[in-house]
Design a protein around this ligand. Sequence first.
Ligand code: ADP
Ligand code: MG
Length: 833
Amino acid sequence: MSSMINFGIDLGTTNSLIAKFDKGNVEVFKNPKGFKESLPSVVGFRNNRILVGDAAKNYVERDAKSVASRFKRKMGTTETLKIKSTGDSKTPVELSSFVLKELKSFVHSGESVESAVLTIPASFDTVQSNATKQAGIEAGFKQVVLLQEPIAASLAYANKANSEDLRNSQWIVYDLGGGTFDVALVKIIEGELTVVDHEGDNYLGGSDFDELIVEKLIVPALERQGVFEDLIGELKSETGKYNQIWFRLLEAAEQAKVELSTATSTDIDLGMTDLEDDEGDLIDSLITITRSEFEEVIREEVDGTAEMMKKIITRNSLQPSDLKFTLMVGGSTLIPFVRSRIEELMGIPVNVSIDPTNAITIGAAYFAGTKQKEIMPSDSNIFENTRNIKVKAVFERNSQDIEEMFNAKINGDIDGLFYRIYSEDGSFDSGLKSLANRISEDLPLREGAFNHFNFQVVDGQNNPIDVGFNSIQIAQGRYSVAGQVLPEDISLVKDDLNNKDTLLDCVFERNCVLPTRGKRTVEVAKTIAQGSDDEVKIMVVEGPAARHSTTNKQIGVLSISGEQISKDLLKGTEIDLIIEMSESRDLTVSAYLNGTDQEFSQVFQGTKRLVEPKILTTEVFQLEDRIQVEMEDAASHNKPEVVYQLQKLLKEANSLSAETTDLPMDDVTDDRFKLEDKKRQLAQQIYQLTSSKRLDAAKLEYMEAKEEVTRLIRENGNDHELHQLQEIVAREQIFIHSASPEKIEAPTAELHTLGFQIRWRMPEFLLGMFEYLKERRISMNDQSYAKQLFESGHRAIENEAWDDLRDINGMLWELMPETERPAEDIQMFTGIV
Ligand code: ADP
Ligand code: MG
């Protein structure tokens, strides 16, 4: 049995396929029923039977409400699809798992598929990716590795016979399928394929074209023949009068669209003899559409895809001539207009040399051929690693040579242990050798092949020991994948006390290669009493880190409550965090509490996102308000260009608001997710436009703080403090030109702390603070204790006992309820107003 995963699956919105890598070749399996390679991603429920694929697709005619399709678009949402025949609901994850189970039945070799590479659009976020993985697990896979579709497509092309030499080149993958659009900039660097950048839209694809045909061509044609008050509304809403024919119209539209890829005109016969208008008059259901009518209807969408390509090209400072070609994949690139229009608009040759419908599966299988199975043998003859052996291996995973050097550093108790490296096919065997702290071995490679060697550590009795590293894979003369990349920044949300806001601390940058890991130290913002239900929350979000946290999506929250801690967690205590993301995007957040010596860890495999029309509507209202406020602010600061931009955004917000208000609560389309995406984009634009305001303020505040602290140090500082100041000023060139205010606010906060530290030693400051506290004594928590402290304070002042006064001030400060400590007061104490 091979120790590689070998199976690759394209779990598509519209069609799914399965293929297997075997000794350098890939076979795409055919459906034993009908002998087609692709399985429609459609699931139907007929009495007690579950229908998958064509059977389900055909069943739509009989009972559309018991058939689910296009659920990949809802991956990662909490939405469930109601099944009429069974009366229950199915999640997108469950439905996908049915498709995956059906695909397993295509594998005629009789072997069971235990692990597989599943592909996802490059634009899938963490929640959507995890939902996909979950579907694989529910389908019975023990291991699921995710691969981004543009990489899979590129692998299919790169590994194809007579493909152009791609070394040191770059190209665009244009994937227009049924429900998602992905465009990716891909490069090969030293034999490794890497996605350099990507853009995408999870709500754009061939099924939108089908909807457009219905809305823009079929519905108007029907309306011309009869009297309908709101045909579109009645079609789309679940309770609508014509909702039962909505899916039938989509089917007919798709068929016409496919025909128009080869014909210039086609007839749509809805095949209904009983279609009536609102007044009960019969309507003729035969409609003719032409290719040019169809092209007109989709032109805007296609042009939109070109815009996304241009965005990537500009963002990466490239010219169209820098790109080798546009690799066309996805069924919708079979539309002649899509090919010609993209070539015309972009000025880059389109490459249509791979089958756009199965390229992704083939690429996934190539990748699976290089991926080690991680399922541990269940037998117990592997000994536990009680000797703490750690292996750090260094070798080229891709080689153009016929021999590669394998090196490894071994840590732990290696005494009396041996190692052996041998190839699967028996062509190489190092024999047993004594394990040393450093080992190295020349490995001979088979040409044009994926070479695999086992690495084994055994004790004196030849018992294998699990050292967490057991295989060496080297692709010779082939291209492979550098690694999964992160589609968005991943950040930690921190409190921003100065602005009573939050700020983002980017832990992993967009496009970094997974798996990855980062460390951070944060401070507890307020004391958490042991046993109380107060909590420390550590929040991790996904989205552009230079923006505000509200424009990001939450992907993990680790909460530690008073009930879980062994003693009080004092304000200011440090928490050491380790944040990890696996290749398959499991997020692990581990926290070590210095104060209580406790450790907490949680894995997040978020698989759902919630979008409620009601909440969405409220959020859009809030955005409208925010724009109004910002507009007034910009006007009063005499910034007409900002006002003008905001006016444009307000218009967008108004129309978005109208759309969200119109959303039926039982909306059956993807509209709410599209609108939620739009809302986030709008929030980002508003933030971008107004952040310059905060940026100016941040710069000014930094300069003032620097001046103030320099003066304080000159008058009262010590060498250590002077050194701290110099250290901050030395970094100034890096942060002062930053586009994000947070980057400037952080050193400003350091200056404030430094200033506070110095003032804290100065009698005038301590006196002033004492007076300030006295004015607020009524609000203090423990009145009689406060009284005592004030008396001691007066004595300390008489005796000029400044150290005592400092302690007393500190204790009084603690007696002030948190709500009584507004930010201006902090500023007063730091002396910077
Ligand atoms: P997905 O990746 O979403 O599963 P596919 O790559 O299988 O999608 O593409 C499916 C889409 O391609 C469907 O919308 C289908 O209507 C469309 N399609 C397939 N063949 C053709 C064709 N010959 N002409 C136009 N569109 C086509
Ligand atoms: Mg696809």
